[in-house]
Ligand binder design. Sequence first.
Ligand code: BGC
Length: 739
Amino acid sequence: MLRFTLLKDYYTVSKSALILLFSAAFLIPTDRIFSQDQSTQKGTLKDLTLFDIKIDHIISEMSFEEKITMLHGNGLFSSSGITRLGIPEMKYSDGPFGIREEMEKNSWNSMKLTTDSATFFPTGSALAATWNTDLAYLLGTALGEEAKTRGKDILLGPAVNITRIPTGGRTFEYLSEDPLLNARLAVGYIKGVQDRGVAACVKHFALNNQETNRGRINVIVDERTMREIYLPAFEAAVKEANVFAVMAAYNKIGGSWCSENEYLLNQILKKEWGFKGLVVSDWGGTHSSVKAAIGGLDVEMGTSKAAFLGQSLLDSVKAGIVPIEVINDKVKRILRVRFSVEPVSESQPGGIVSTPEHGEIAYQIASQSIVLLKNMDHLLPVDLNKVRSIAVIGDNATHKLALGGFGAGVKTRYEITPLEGLKNKTGDKASIKYAQGYKPSFSQNRQSGGRRMPNNQIDSTLLKEAVELAKNSDIAIIFAGTNREFETESSDRSDLKLPFGQDALIHAVAAANPKTIVVLVAAAPLDLNNAQNASSAMLMSWFNGSEGGNALADVLLGNVNPSGKLPFTFPVALNDSPAFSLGTFPGDNNADYKEGSLVGYRWFDTKKIKPLFSFGFGLSYTDFSYKGAKTDKLKYNSDENIQISVVLKNTGKRKGDEVVQLYVRRLNSKVEWPDKELKGFSRVSLNPGESKKITMTLPISQLRYWDAKIHDWRLENGTIQLMIGSSSSDIRVVKSIDI
Ligand code: BGC
């Protein structure tokens, strides 16, 4: 038997030495530990079960008490190891867009350190607007490196819940309204994090699609919708990216809390998908001992002393109510993760935090995420040969976004605001003057559910100042939108309106200067009816990280051609969107997902409701033509892949990126389908006049639906239209094939 001291050694030797050590001990070929992935992303630590024999030995030597101590937090962001066996505690950190500042072990109070800064990366909806899976991977690697440097084992991200309602408070952290886009980005992100020796924790499993009543809401959803819309990103995280940890959501599904949901955790996640890692509760989201333990929860987090997976669970084990095998399985899962992440040795030099390389990744995401919504008379990009004075208006020109609101934030070493970015990039070529325009203030009273209500009365002095400045400048740029206090975890927005009286500001400034550009700094859909009517050009930027201001300035000035595409629909009116139209939001105890799979553009297209801006939409400073769509065959069998190609040409005068999108529509189907569904996408870079043949692969298996009758995926034969275009509502070429 291997001595336990070996475990201690494990944490002081390098990873390659460790691999050789264990390979030799168990005669495992080293190439099984790290294997090369087929996709564009690099090698990923694949086999969580590699150390199972050894782990079984360790478990057989552990007491009941020792096992139970591993199943809950010993602080708000750590869970116990076993000192006797040299197993270190597990350290967790938020979150999706940067490593959170250090808090006291048992409270949410900041430790007020000067050594816990990190890069503030663009948040989820910004990443999704890039439609760039390679950037998702790079983001993951950077987050992994920073987490490692800060001594973390598990990074609490990515957050992949579907944007079901446009007012969702966490839309900024989540990705998109489409399961495929979410899945592809999640896979890249997770591989990146885990390639750097840190476990990713995909969250919140599952159907946590609203903040209102999230701690008590019971989601009612049909299984087909759940499988086709809400689970694919999690399924891909497990099956393709081999994610090490999954966080159970706060809500209930079908009457059972997600943290004790036998069907979700044991049947689907662990059995069907073969998940070998650990399931952790959301913070404070555990509700029972026996039910949670048997239902599939492995670690209870969010309370510094165990409320459920501690003494009361130990008593239940001793009383024979919970079989010891159930506990052993949990410890095994925790140890698998423990062994598969690379612990930071005391002697290891820190320092891979906020590096220029990470700043560059943040910049790349930000610059590829910005969406050009409108560009009348080619007002953008700003031509510094002609424009001598720029009025910069709006609180968001100077508002920082790394912190604020409830939940995860980043103590960033720096954050370039839009005004700083513009000044950096403009130099002395134009004079830039600033007026705040509006104050982002809130009323003292909170609405039910804790929601803060914005003061929507515009300050007349600020308004006058802004109008004067706009009048006396060649162009005006209004930096409008929301901020982190307004879009926040734990409450949803009450409507889509621009807060703080900004519509009045936009109207007045645009009346004073017809060359008014509106930049929305926000991370979710907004009511832009007024802004669109009033302004000549509009850009959607996001909560775009440490380099956000530089990226935005580069897009405004034409150093970068905008190429972001909306990751969700912007409705004309809130009531056009499914849950509001059907009156099922927020629900008191139940959220009934009556719209079924008609979420986002699936709803708008099927119901023929014209949105303000469609899913996948985004203009460019150049134009692209789509021609000559071809498939490799006309008829396919169930095990084949469709190869579809199209020739994309940059017909304009500037270099630019286009995100080519592939949607499918079923013709004469006996099964109900949305009007169209995204099934592939590809980001392509083209010089002026350049053409490229773009080929996309669509496995026929991706066209199956969940058949509730047979409780399995099923393929329907028939004719499928393959539609390629520049957004969900701008289809340029169509090909039909048969299955
Ligand atoms: C959030 C999680 C987060 C956890 C720890 C919870 O309120 O829902 O996403 O990881 O807190 O901060």
